[in-house]
Design a protein around this ligand. Structure first.
Ligand code: BGC
Length: 793
């Protein structure tokens, strides 16, 4: 049994459907999970999937990416350089509430008699759709259909269409469209460090509140981070039944209530437009003005137009990004294949929702589906998310890398504070400053610097965006290379090798160690790439080189020092086991007693003091195994197998970032059974609540990891040496074909892996050279197709 298979919490069972995640009954026991699953977002604005009626809910969250409040981090015992200021994403004004009363009876899901309930996250149209047939205690049947969207095309906009029809009788109906600020937010973290600490007191302070006709505008500001938020709604009702309307607003509340004498068979069609604008610089008045302009436009366009543009966006997204799995026997659609397809799309859709319009921000660990991890950005973005984005939506990938570049001043300041040269990116942050309150598993993860540079290299390689490299990337490379050179030293005790001590690798169960192999290998890449880029600029683009020298005070000798450190980098190796130890002491540690660890004592971090964990040989998440994936050409196939066999049994998978990577290496070494089991865990991390905490939000990194698992793992994609190549394996299901598109240097390639053969098709573009196993394959507009046999190794 693999570790993650020990204990599976109960989870909602969704019927198999290729394009929808469907709830056929209302399940109050899965309220929090369902809010996460059906959350909508566009990377700027996100809303948990609470019912329109405002409740019941576990956390009625609405989030704006990067909209946070700060608070001092209080330590029992201070030390120099500890992060001082916490940043927590705010639960902003909730505006999706639409309450319904029929003959004064409130429609309240938990006690309503439901003759029909169908709610679906529609991943094809990018909407949350619901159809309900409610019978009131007086026997009146009420059809309620609604459709909610958060626009990808206009990131400030969301909209809801809510239609009520009395089927068998007349009734007096009230539909109350509401908005509310400062509602009770995520509570205490209850000792789980992964959850957000509740911000004390009132977080959003009123700045303006007014109404015009059926429009309500509420404006608030945070006190210490000095953000301003305007939320404005406009509500319209179309009905031939007689009705009246009352509008009320206070500083924190707004309400447009329609009272209708509803005739049977006469639909009451309510449309609500929701607009959010935020800023750290402009005045409340200006922000309200901006929100009103946006509202004016979308009200004129109407819901239908918003829906059409959403559909267009989704069609384009799926064309570039859909990974398909299909049963080879056309006539028999296997349930499991449909389930896998559903899970794949669910993961990809949520990645889109987390990142599409993240334009001057990062991507929070939970996207905008929950407040856990406080809305912070981690290495999750660069290592787990950027591969998918780079190969399907390079523009989004560029935005995210550009956002890291914007953090460079704070990263330089942080390096200085810690007495380092160069720049030191924060382990977790929203505004660019380090916000990790536990340095051992936070700040000490220096590897994030190399991770960002790794993602940069992949991005440049796959897109050919040399301009980005020249204008922004090179500067980050110089500063991170300086950091590594400063951090490490040539150790006499290690034969003069370049060693990096006192860091934490990805395995957070092994903190502040010497020579973490992952860190050293990734730092080596960082140093090499920095050298290569600086030297190439000096040789070929003197102006750009001089500009770089201006910006960084680069000395001609620096690149030599970097490459010298890289070529002398110490990488631990154990001759006896012929493996790469995770760090210099890893093999000295006492093995963790897995046998006597109760199944319900995972994740270990919630049940054991860090010291108990740190002194043992136990792994939270793929560490050396991750290095084997990221730096594939550094390891021979035999060495991959030896290392995997050694590390896999020690890896708890207590972090959701693990299974996907384990699946990839298992696929690469030909252990298809394990690849499938790990792959399924990654794929179903949220849909089947494998980690037991989907209630707190989606695991966005794992979602990105599922794409890597399918393409790099089962699809055998490789890009280590700058050429796109494939050593296809198979689909993660018997008798199935796996098909996925890859955008490479502006051209669209589609790869279809069958049982025996693989088909490469150039769908867009002039000419693309790829490698199939060891053979070079040229695809052109004239000859866009190549079919090759898969060799079974
Ligand atoms: C993992 C980190 C990750 C963070 C946010 C932690 O549990 O150990 O690697 O960056 O979660 O997803």
């Amino acid at each position: 049994m693999l570790h993650h298979e020990r204990l599976r919490p109960p989870s909602h069972d969704y019927p198999a459907d290729e394009w929808n995640v469907i709830e056929k009954t209302f399940h109050p026991e899965f309220l929090a999970q369902s809010e996460t699953m059906s959350a909508l977002g566009n990377g700027y604005l996100g809303m948990r999937g609470c019912p329109e009626e405002g409740g019941p809910n576990a956390e009625n969250g609405t989030f704006i990416n990067g909209f946070y409040e700060t608070r001092p981090i209080v330590y029992g015992e201070e030390a120099y350089g500890f992060a001082k200021t916490g940043q927590t994403i705010c639960n902003v004004t909730g505006s999706k509430i639409i309450k319904l009363f029929v003959d004064d009876e409130p429609f309240w899901l938990p006690n309503a008699r439901l003759l029909k309930y169908d709610r679906r996250l529609n991943m094809k149209s990018g909407t949350l759709d619901r159809e309900i047939l409610w019978e009131t205690p007086a026997g009146k049947q009420v059809s309620i259909t609604s459709r909610r969207l958060i626009s990808f095309a206009n990131r400030h906009v969301a909209a809801i269409s809510y239609c009520v029809t009395l089927l068998n009788a007349q009734a007096f109906v009230v539909i109350s469209s509401e908005m509310a600020t400062n509602e009770a937010s995520a509570g205490d973290s209850g000792g789980d460090p992964r959850l957000a600490r509740a911000l004390p007191g009132r977080v959003l302070h009123p700045r303006a509140s007014y109404s015009k006709d059926r429009r309500i505008v509420l404006c608030h500001a945070t006190e210490s981070s000095r953000f301003t938020l305007t939320c404005a709604t406009d509500t319209a009702l179309e009905s031939s039944s007689p009705h009246s309307c009352k509008v009320v607003h206070t500083a924190d509340f707004g309400q447009v209530a329609f009272t209708i004498d509803a005739q049977p068979g006469c639909p009451l069609e309510l449309t609500k437009y929701l607009v959010y604008h935020t800023s750290q610089t402009v005045s409340a008045e200006e922000l309200c003005g901006r929100a009103e302009w946006t509202l004016d436009r979308v009200v004129t366009q109407g819901f239908r137009q918003l829906l059409a543009s959403q559909q267009q966006y989704m069609d384009d997204f799926w064309r570039r990004s859909d990974v398909r799995i299909k049963d080879i026997r056309e006539d028999r659609t296997k349930r499991s294949t449909v389930e896998i397809q559903q899970a794949i799309r669910f993961n990809l859709f949520h990645i889109l929702q987390a990142s599409a319009r993240a334009e001057d921000t990062g991507v929070p660990a939970k996207g905008l589906t929950g407040q856990a991890y406080e809305g912070h950005y981690f290495w999750d973005t660069e290592i787990y998310l950027l591969p998918f984005l780079t190969y399907t939506s390079p523009r989004i990938a560029r935005n995210l890398l550009a956002f890291r570049y914007k953090m460079l001043p704070q990263a330089r300041a942080r390096a200085k504070e810690l007495d380092h040269r160069g720049a030191m990116f924060p382990w977790r942050t929203i505004n660019g400053e380090e916000a990790s309150a536990y340095y051992a598993a936070g700040t000490a993860q220096y590897h994030i610097n190399a991770d960002i540079m790794y993602a940069l290299r992949k991005y440049v390689q796959a897109t050919g965006d040399e301009a980005f490299l020249r204008d922004f990337g090179a500067e980050m490379l110089v500063e991170t290379a300086r950091l590594w050179l400063d951090l490490g030293f040539y150790s006499d005790a290690k034969g003069g090798k370049f060693c990096i001590n006192g860091v934490t690798g990805p395995n957070e169960y092994n903190a502040v160690v010497n020579d973490n192999a992952y860190t050293n290998l990734m730092a080596r890449e960082n140093l090499r790439y920095a050298t290569e880029v600086v030297e190439s600029l000096r040789a070929t683009e003197l102006d750009a080189y001089n500009a770089l020298v201006q910006k960084t005070a680069l000395e001609p000798s620096e690149a030599k020092a970097w490459i010298h450190a890289a070529e002398n980098m110490y990488v631990p190796y154990d001759e006896k086991l012929q493996i790469i130890p995770e760090d210099d002491n890893f093999l000295d540690k006492e093995p963790w007693d897995f046998r006597n660890t109760p199944a319900d004592h995972y994740p270990l971090l919630l049940f054991y003091h860090p010291l108990n964990i740190y002194r043992k040989r136990v792994i939270k998440q793929a560490d050396v195994i991750l290095a084997m994936f990221l730096l594939g050409d550094v390891f021979s196939p035999e060495s991959k197998k030896r290392n995997f066999d050694f590390y896999d049994p020690l890896t708890t998978g207590d972090s959701s970032l693990s299974s996907c990577v384990e699946a990839i290496i298992a696929a690469q070494i030909g252990d298809i059974d394990k690849a499938i089991r790990y792959g399924m865990a990654a794929l179903l991390m949220d849909l089947a609540d494998v980690g037991g905490n989907v209630k707190d939000g989606c695991h966005i990194a794992s979602m990105g990891g599922t794409w890597m698992m399918l393409t790099y793992g089962f699809g055998g994609m490789r890009d280590d040496d700058g050429t796109l190549s494939f050593w296809p394996r198979r689909a993660p299901e018997d008798n199935a074909i796996l098909r996925f598109p890859v955008t490479y240097r502006g051209q669209l390639l589609e790869v279809e892996i069958g049982l025996e053969k693989v088909e490469y098709a150039l769908r867009e573009g002039e000419c693309l050279v790829i490698r199939h196993e060891t053979e070079e394959v040229e695809l052109t507009r004239e000859n866009p197709l190549a079919v090759r046999t898969i060799s079974r190794r």
